[in-house]
Design a protein around this ligand. Structure first.
Ligand SMILES: Cc1ncc(C[n+]2csc(CCOP(=O)(O)OP(=O)(O)O)c2C)c(N)n1
Ligand SMILES: [Mg+2]
Length: 271
């Protein structure tokens, strides 16, 4: 496949994921669509352009690992896993229903492709560091990718994990920060400021890179770049609610859910 075709495939998957995730949220009348939409272009690039995995053998030892540390964004995660072939499409209709395998926060005991349970912010990144340490100790070649929210970076556990990863030079580890500048109900910089994230991570022994988190070409280039000699942090500048005009950059769409009219309008825009 040419690079242009690959980027088109990723775009098509991202569009399907946005429509699917919003459909799940609309049906359940629950979810976190703002953070789904800021993350979906990163996720589509990882699953359809970067990572090596086999959905028929989800526990293959040599698979690349993806950890969704911002575990509330299950619309993004489940639509990616379904599109990647981990489970049939009709499972999506059960999202957040009683006894569904598709909980509001992902559970590795229920769903293939989920590497670890997340939801409590600040949990997935430390687990990803542990997975990367295991890879380093066993001289494995797999890569570990972990996605955190930017508000999530306010949790202290992230900074312990970052310190260990820098110290151990976990060069097969890539952290992606979904830098949409909003958390639940407010901006990150007015709540507990994070900037300058690049300088902070550099001081912890990481290689920081900024990227437009909705530019599939840029994302593909940065996320598939060969490993260096340090862990890498990709600070993805994103828009919460990206793709739907009335949701973009609106804090109330963190866990807002659409009525029938809003859902129809979103489907008109997501084409
Ligand atoms: C430890 C913990 N505290 C609070 C919450 C509730 N919560 C869920 S999402 C969220 C905001 C997260 O903001 P951010 O990380 O920026 O996510 P995004 O903008 O990507 O949705 C909060 C406070 C939680 N899940 N875990
Ligand atoms: Mg955020």
């Amino acid at each position: 496949m040419t690079q242009t075709d690959l980027i088109q495939t990723i775009k098509d998957k991202a569009l399907w994921m946005r429509r699917t995730a919003f459909g799940m949220v609309h049906a359940a009348q629950l979810g976190h669509p703002g953070g789904d939409f800021s993350a979906i272009d990163v996720m589509a690039t990882l699953y359809f352009g970067v990572m090596t995995f086999d959905p028929k053998q989800p526990n293959r030892a040599d698979r690349d690992r993806f950890i969704m540390s911002k575990g509330h964004a299950t619309g993004a995660l489940y639509s990616a896993l379904c599109a990647a072939g981990y489970f049939p499409q009709d499972w999506l209709q059960t999202y957040m229903q009683p006894r569904s395998l598709l909980n509001g926060h992902p559970n590795r005991n229920y769903l293939p492709g989920v590497e670890t349970n997340t939801g409590p912010l600040g949990h997935g990144f430390p687990v990803a560091v542990g997975i990367a340490i295991a890879g380093q100790l066993t001289k494995a070649n797999y890569r570990t990718f972990v996605l955190t929210g930017d508000g999530e970076q306010q949790e202290g556990s992230n900074w312990e994990a970052a310190m260990v990863a820098g110290h151990r030079k976990l060069n097969h580890l890539t952290l992606i920060i979904d830098r949409n500048r909003l958390q639940q109900g407010a901006g990150t910089e007015e709540t507990s400021g994070l900037d300058p994230l690049d300088e902070k991570y550099a001081a912890f022994g990481w290689e920081p890179i900024f990227v437009d988190g909705h530019d599939h070409g840029q994302l593909l280039q940065v996320l598939s770049a060969p490993v260096g000699d340090k862990p890498r942090v990709v600070i993805a500048n994103t828009v919460k609610g990206k793709g739907v005009s009335f949701m973009e950059n609106k804090a109330n769409w963190h866990h807002g859910v659409p009525n029938a009219e809003q859902f129809a309008q979103a489907m008109k825009e997501l084409i």
